[in-house]
Design a protein around this ligand. Structure first.
Ligand SMILES: Cc1ncc(COP(=O)(O)O)c(C=O)c1O
Length: 377
């Protein structure tokens, strides 16, 4: 059998048909009919007031950062076990990052420790739903409300997930989605900003359109458009929106396929994992997870690295994940040091992700499972 990659994007529906349509229409810039159709679908599945397609999740996070009007010294709380953009998008626009530790079970921001990171300068908290399993959004929202903090969900992993039956992306004032190649729904590179607090909508549209009121102009609300605020080029091309629409059209089918793959990993690996002291993902009962990642936590770093090598020798690509942000070269600029976030530091050395994508065939998954079961720590 040939190499089984960690990820492989594939069409799931009418991608080529929609792309041909958009090309034939002669209108391929952003903010066109395909963008609007994607946004309407996202609004209906996430229940958010407005979805704005963007060039990436990073761009969506940047728009949310600009909406905060950050002043020098303003702080944001971000989990250290996160992607670079989760912090960088805010730092780029003037925030001081405060790195928080995660829960050992879900690998999400530890809500029981959140209060200790809050100061008089804290403006926002950025919970990340790791692997598409929800953060404890009830507790986080409550603490944020009491301390007047904006909640911006990094929901790059969690589209289709929910917490207490409320969709991920609808808990914070804003949320960011990713449609990068590795995500559950993709157009190669892309993202969206979900806005749940209406008062951000008008300005978010302006920021996305390079600081102009172009969108209001196209709606006929103003007779000229001009430079009215900060902004950048965050609009997604309608060609990519056409690809994305085909993926979103198959929203439930993609979710169900991923759930099947996730469950097969869980059911087939549980006894091996118990025998090897390996931990598989924990999904608390109040979470409907998005089935974005299937990870294993090996007993030690050495064992994790041997596992990756064992799988690679058998032509199966498995990969580690985030390095602690507070220990990165950038994180250390804000005083990050060993021991600040012990759970993050520990998990990051022991976690490995298994191949997981829509087109993963049953026979390939069987092969992966057989090779995993042949590994001993
Ligand atoms: C949690 C998280 N947030 C943000 C991003 C950035 O996404 P994008 O590549 O769409 O900017 C990623 C990328 O993988 C991610 O994992």
């Amino acid at each position: 059998m040939s190499l089984i990659p960690f990820n492989q994007a594939s069409p799931v529906g009418n991608e080529l048909g929609y792309i041909e349509e958009v090309l034939a229409s002669g209108h391929i810039m952003g903010n066109g009919p395909y963008t609007r159709r994607c946004e309407a679908l996202l609004e209906s599945v996430t229940l958010s007031k407005r979805a704005l397609l963007t060039t990436s999740c990073t761009s969506a996070l940047e728009i949310s950062a600009l909406l905060l009007n950050l002043q020098p010294g303003d702080e944001i709380i971000v989990p250290s076990f996160a992607f670079v953009s989760t912090a960088n998008a805010f730092v780029l626009h003037g925030a001081t990052p405060v790195f928080a530790d995660i829960r050992a079970d879900t690998l999400n921001l530890d809500e029981t420790q959140l209060k200790k990171y809050i100061t008089s300068r804290t403006r926002a908290v950025i919970p990340l739903h790791y692997a598409g399993v929800a953060c404890a959004m009830d507790a986080i929202s409550e603490i944020a409300k009491r301390n007047n903090l904006v909640v911006i969900e990094d929901n790059a992993h969690g589209l289709s997930g929910a917490f207490q039956h409320k969709p991920l992306g609808s808990w914070g004032q804003m949320a960011a989605l990713s449609f990068h190649e590795t995500k559950n729904y993709t157009c190669g590179e892309g993202g969206a900003l979900l806005i749940n607090d209406e008062h951000y909508i008008e300005r978010a549209e302006i920021i996305r359109e390079k600081g102009t009121n172009r969108q209001a102009f196209f709606r006929g609300e103003v007779d000229k458009y001009s430079w009215v605020d900060f902004g950048s080029s965050y609009v997604l091309s309608d060609i990519l929106a056409a690809m994305l629409l085909a993926q979103l059209d198959r929203f439930q089918a993609v979710y169900e396929k991923r759930r099947e793959i996730w469950r097969r990993y869980r059911d087939s690996l549980q006894s091996w994992a118990d025998a090897q002291s390996v931990r598989i993902p924990v999904v608390p009962p109040n979470c409907q997870q998005a089935c974005h990642i299937f990870y294993l936590i090996l007993p030690s770093e050495n064992c994790r690295d041997r596992f990756i090598a064992h799988m690679r020798e058998r032509d199966i690509h498995t990969v580690f994940h985030y390095l602690p942000l507070h220990l990165s070269r950038m994180g250390r600029r804000w005083g990050g040091k060993e021991g600040d976030c012990p759970v993050t530091e520990d998990i990051s050395t022991r976690l490995v992700r298994l191949p997981f994508y829509y087109g993963l065939a049953d026979v390939q998954q069987e092969e992966i499972i057989t090779k995993i079961r042949a590994f001993t720590c």
